[in-house]
Structures are given as C-alpha cells and as structure tokens.
Design a binder for this molecule. Structure first.
Ligand SMILES: Cc1ncc(C[n+]2csc(CCOP(=O)(O)OP(=O)(O)O)c2C)c(N)n1
Ligand SMILES: [Mg+2]
Length: 425
C-alpha cells in the first residue's frame, strides 16, 4: 500500500492508460485530431491556470485556484458531452472550458472580479461554445442540485440534452449532494455527476470525509449507477462519462463517476499545504501526471512529436496572453456594484453593508464612524428577518424591506449605489 492520503484501495478503478502511458485496455474510438485537441486543451488549461497564479501574486487577481494534476477529470468528462448539453462547473474545471473553446478572456475577466454586465459589453461572445456553460459555482454542491433540476426540466420537456456537474470529494458530505442524487434517481434525470476526488478538501484528507468504502458508492443509496475511474487517465474518464451521458440521453437515468486524482498544488492561493500534509505524497502522484501520461501515449501512437508539442505550447501561451490583454481592457466597476444581483429585494443588512463600504471608501472607519444608515426608519419588517414578501405571501415588502423610490433618491444623492432605476433584475 502506498503512502498517499487515501486509505482505500486507490487503484481499484477503471483505467485505460497505465501511468507510463502504455495501454492497459482498449482505447475509445477517438480520431487523431480529437486526441490532439484533448492534449492541446490540457496544455492550454495548465498555461491558463499558471498565469492566474502569477497574476494573483502581482495583485491582479484576489485569489486563484488551480487544477494542476487533476486536469484530466474535467477534460475527459466534458469532452464526452455533445452540442446543446449543459455543463455546471465548480472552480476547478478550467479544462472543461478549454475543451469546448469557451472564451478565455471572459473567464479571466471574471477571475479579475470584473462585473458581468461590463464584461458582456466589452467582451461580447462572438462564437459561443457549443455546450452551454453556467457561470462557475463557488458555493459547494449547489451546482449539482441545479444541474439535476435542469436535467429534470429537460426530461419533462422531452429535450434530449444531458447535464454534467462537478463536485469535490469533500463536498459530497454536503446535504445538497444527496438531495440532488435522490431527485436524480427518483426522476431518472439525465444528469451525470463527476466527483473529483483529489484526496483533500483544503486540509481535510479524503479518509476523514467518509466511512464509505469509496465516494462512488454514495450513488448506490440513491439508485444511481456509479463507477470509479482513474482520474489521471483522460481516456478512461472520457469513456466512463461517455457511457453515462449516452445512457442518460437514452432516458435511462443519471450516473455518478468518481475520478480518483490528486491535488498537486495548494487548495488556492490563500492556502499553504505544507502545514497540514506530507509533501512526499506528491512524488507518488507526480509519476501519474495526466499530461505526461497522455503525452507519452500520443508520442508512442505517432500523433505527437517534439515539434508539434512546441507549437502547441507556444499557441497556449499566446492564447492566454491574449486573454489577459483583453480582460485588462475591461474597465473596473464601482465597488458598490458587488451588492447587486444577490437578492430579489434589498434587505436592511445589505443597506447597512453598503453604508459601511461607503464609509470605508470615503476614508472613514466603517466600524467607529458608522452612522447607523440602513438600520433606521421603516425597515422594521425586514429587520425581523424577512427579506421581501409578507407572511401571506404577497410582495408588499418589496418596497418596505428594500429600497423605496424615495430612499433611492436620497441614496443616489449621497452617492450610495442602489437598484438601477428601481428595476430588479
Ligand atoms: C457551501 C460552502 N461551504 C464551504 C465553502 C468553503 N470551501 C471552499 S472550497 C472548500 C473545500 C472543498 O473541498 P472539495 O469538495 O474536496 O473540493 P476541492 O477544493 O478539493 O476541489 C470549502 C470548505 C464553500 N465554498 N461553500
Ligand atoms: Mg477535494
């Protein structure tokens, strides 16, 4: 038994490419062109994410989370989708965007914290990816419930599309994951869920996350067919997902795929893994790197050589640099805009926070100089904990609990951002 974190039999999974890139099974039916596209997307993902780390260090991004060593999971699984399917990514699936040629400038602009409307205006999508992507989800497991809901809607409407969502092994401890899988099983939802088991949920190791033998087996309780795959083998991930996607498309219900991989780097740039894990684990996983493994296979098959690799690397660097250049051209938004789009009606807490921010932007101390804005007046109803809507279900507090037209005028004079013209989007 090797020394990495997972205490279960980690290599009890579906695999096609051995760690050295030799064939350990029958490869899926993919053309040389498709295979090279997968490789190109993997290189692009690594280049993009390494750039985000450098930009974070320079202060251009507040945070960056990379998927180094795990890229084959999102890459192989998203590649198994077809045009018009839906992908619900979390924060470690850049490869899914890359493989469907989603615009990288917009992805970078989002990471830079630029506001969606401004990004839309300055970086309009010229050729949208054939697969539909939701924005990246940061609240854990919520994308899975949404993906299952969306799949149920598709099924009820006789659409033949499939949804694919991703969840870390740690997040399978969330209730939302089980609620989603339960609905998926009961309603035969065409929803495929990929568990990206990278062995760590920040500082919590996988073996402390569940007493179940694997993460895949969590599908059993919900009647969801499940499989465990070598997550560093892009061909195995592709094949397993393809099978689940086609089963779902044919009306035969959902699937759960656990991809066993390893987080080679920090959780994100706010993390320092050497504090809580033995970095010698990396040596075991470095020998299983998904890029090296796939590259060895493609070289052996005659699809890649030094010249082609150099070209692909140069192209990746150019595409990433171009994305950064374009994203930098998007003007920054007013800080107050961060409050928009969170709630249907603005609550007193939001008004309070706006005024704190205003104090800070004006050079005052938001704590000691706080004037109580947002806590007075006719906000009693929402102060009691209701955000929009009376107890009888009517919406009369939309003005009581939120910003009245009169308030808005005053707030604008004071320079506090409120709803645009009172419209709620
Ligand atoms: C609902 C929710 N709770 C907590 C967090 C904070 N958080 C962000 S990432 C993370 C760990 C997730 O681990 P895992 O699911 O294994 O995914 P990984 O980061 O390893 O890809 C936590 C607790 C969050 N984003 N959302
Ligand atoms: Mg994890």
């Amino acid at each position: 038994m090797s020394q990495w974190t997972e205490q279960r039999p980690a290599e009890d999974f579906h695999r096609i490419l051995a760690p050295d890139g030799s064939l350990d099974g029958e490869p899926p039916d993919l053309s040389a062109e498709d295979l090279c596209h997968l490789y190109r997307s993997l290189v692009l993902t690594r280049a993009f994410e390494d750039k985000t780390l450098r930009l974070q260090r320079r202060g251009e991004l507040s945070i960056a989370a990379r998927s180094r060593g795990e890229e084959a999971v999102a890459l192989g699984s998203a590649a198994a989708l077809s045009a018009d399917d839906w992908c619900f990514p979390s924060y470690r699936q850049t490869a899914a965007l890359a493989v469907w040629d989603a615009p990288l400038d917009r992805a970078m602009a989002t990471l830079m914290g630029l506001e969606p409307e401004t990004v839309d205006e300055h970086l309009p999508v010229e050729s949208p990816p054939e697969v539909n992507f939701t924005p990246t989800y940061v609240p854990l497991a919520v994308n899975v419930t949404n993906a299952v809901g969306s799949a149920m809607a598709d099924r009820f409407s006789d659409r033949e599309t499939v949804t694919l969502s991703y969840i870390g092994e740690g997040s399978t401890s969330q209730g939302d994951f089980h609620e989603a899988l339960n609905f998926a099983g009961v309603y035969d939802a065409p929803a495929v869920t990929v568990v990206q088991n990278n062995q760590w949920a920040i500082s919590v190791p996988a073996h402390q996350q569940t007493a179940a033998e694997t993460f895949a087996v969590k599908g059993a309780a919900h009647g969801v067919p499940h499989e465990r795959v070598d997550g560093n083998d892009v061909l195995a991930v592709y094949e397993a997902t393809k099978e689940a996607v086609e089963r779902a498309r044919a009306g035969n219900g959902p699937g759960l795929i656990e991809c066993v991989t390893y987080r080679m780097v920090e959780h994100n740039t706010a993390d320092e893994p050497s504090v809580y894990r033995d970095e010698s684990e990396r040596e075991y996983w470095a020998e299983r790197d998904p890029l090296d493994r796939f590259e060895a296979y493609l070289r052996e098959a005659g699809h890649l050589d030094d010249g082609a690799i150099e070209e692909i690397e140069t192209e990746a660097t150019e595409r990433v640099d171009d994305a950064v250049r374009r994203a930098r051209e998007v003007p920054a938004s007013a800080p107050e805009r961060m409050f928009d789009h969170h709630l249907h009606t603005e609550s007193w807490t939001e008004r309070h926070q706006r005024s704190e921010l205003r104090a800070e932007l004006d050079g005052r101390n938001p704590f000691t100089d706080f004037t109580g804005e947002g806590l007075d007046g006719e906000d009693t109803a929402s102060k009691e904990g209701r955000v929009g809507g009376d107890e009888d279900g009517s919406d009369s507090t939309a003005t009581d609990g939120g910003t009245t037209q009169a308030d808005e005028g005053t707030a604008r004079e004071e320079g506090v951002a409120t709803w645009d013209g009172g419209e709620r989007r």
